[in-house]
Ligand binder design. Structure first.
Ligand code: ZN
Length: 285
């Protein structure tokens, strides 16, 4: 059996299974202080048989450099109590198994890439929710560079109906996350996107920003597919609006344009935990 953890800012999803495609037990716990949440997670695994390895897809920022003494840490997160948390090390000590570790969105991207049949020249996974993040798989591997991508913090061109809102990112103001995350939508219009009427201007404005990010990804990485998950992405019609707007923005230029696809997750809400189990598998290979 392998174990997986999708470590999020509001909840930890735990699962065990003989393979990433076959989850035999799962459990969700709220994300509280690490001193409470991590032992609670370890105890759940201890009560669910012997696992040979564990995979963790975590909220970030995280340290992914295998040569760093801080590999497997959550680093400078503003989330109280979690800064400099040795997430991977805790479970290696407590469970005595090897741990595979990556961002939650890279894990989700790997799982969606596997579910796609590993075709289409790579895949990006964007989550649009409390925050905005993205993972990228090229040539079958998650992209790390010197750290990990932070796709939520690019700067889109301001939409014509949305010039005055300053944005809510504490670092950048009107970056993509500062403009199009759930809290940015609530700050602007006092409701979630799905609670606003279907003819509200917010739908086109938010779709425009996300479509710009998609165009940037298609243009700079030539991935074939962008998968959009997260709470805001559950708004009926949003992903379809994004796909249509991205085609408009491209105006027929990009060489892969006819084959670009912007879709909802094939794995639904299971992309992250499936990716975590794939990370568990990867350390046994
Ligand atoms: Zn930002």
């Amino acid at each position: 059996m392998r174990g997986g953890i999708e470590a999020g800012g509001t909840k930890f999803v735990l699962a065990v299974g003989p393979s990433p495609q076959e989850i035999t037990a799962r459990h969700t716990i709220p994300t509280r202080d690490p001193a409470i949440t991590l032992p609670e997670a370890a105890d759940w695994f201890a009560g669910h048989g012997v696992i040979r390895s564990l995979g963790i897809g975590s909220f970030g920022p995280v340290e992914l450099d295998a040569n760093s003494p801080r590999w497997g840490f959550i680093t400078n997160t503003p989330k109280p109590g979690w800064s400099e948390c040795d997430l991977a090390g805790f479970f290696m000590d407590r469970l005595g198994v090897p741990v595979g570790f990556d961002t939650d969105v890279n894990a989700a991207a790997m799982a969606e890439y596997a579910a796609s049949g590993r075709a289409g020249g790579g895949l990006a996974y964007l989550t649009i929710g409390t925050g905005i993040g993205g993972g990228l798989v090229l040539d079958g591997k998650p992209v790390h560079g010197i750290a990990h991508p932070e796709m939520g913090h690019i700067f889109p061109r301001r939409s014509s109906g949305d010039r005055d809102f300053p944005g809510i990112c504490p670092h950048h103001g009107d970056c993509l996350e500062g403009l199009a995350s759930g809290p940015a939508i609530a700050a602007r219009w006092g409701a979630s996107l799905s609670d606003l009427p279907a003819d509200h201007a917010a739908h086109a404005i938010i779709a425009d920003y996300i479509a710009q990010a998609c165009h940037m990804l298609f243009a700079s990485t030539a991935v074939g597919e962008i998968v959009i998950g997260g709470g805001v992405a559950n708004t009926p019609g949003l992903v379809e609006r994004v796909a249509a707007r991205a085609r408009e923005l491209d105006a027929g230029y990009l060489p892969g344009g006819q084959r670009h696809r912007i879709i909802r997750p094939r794995l639904g809400g299971d992309a992250g935990i499936t990716g975590a189990l794939m990370l568990a598998e990867s350390v046994l290979a």
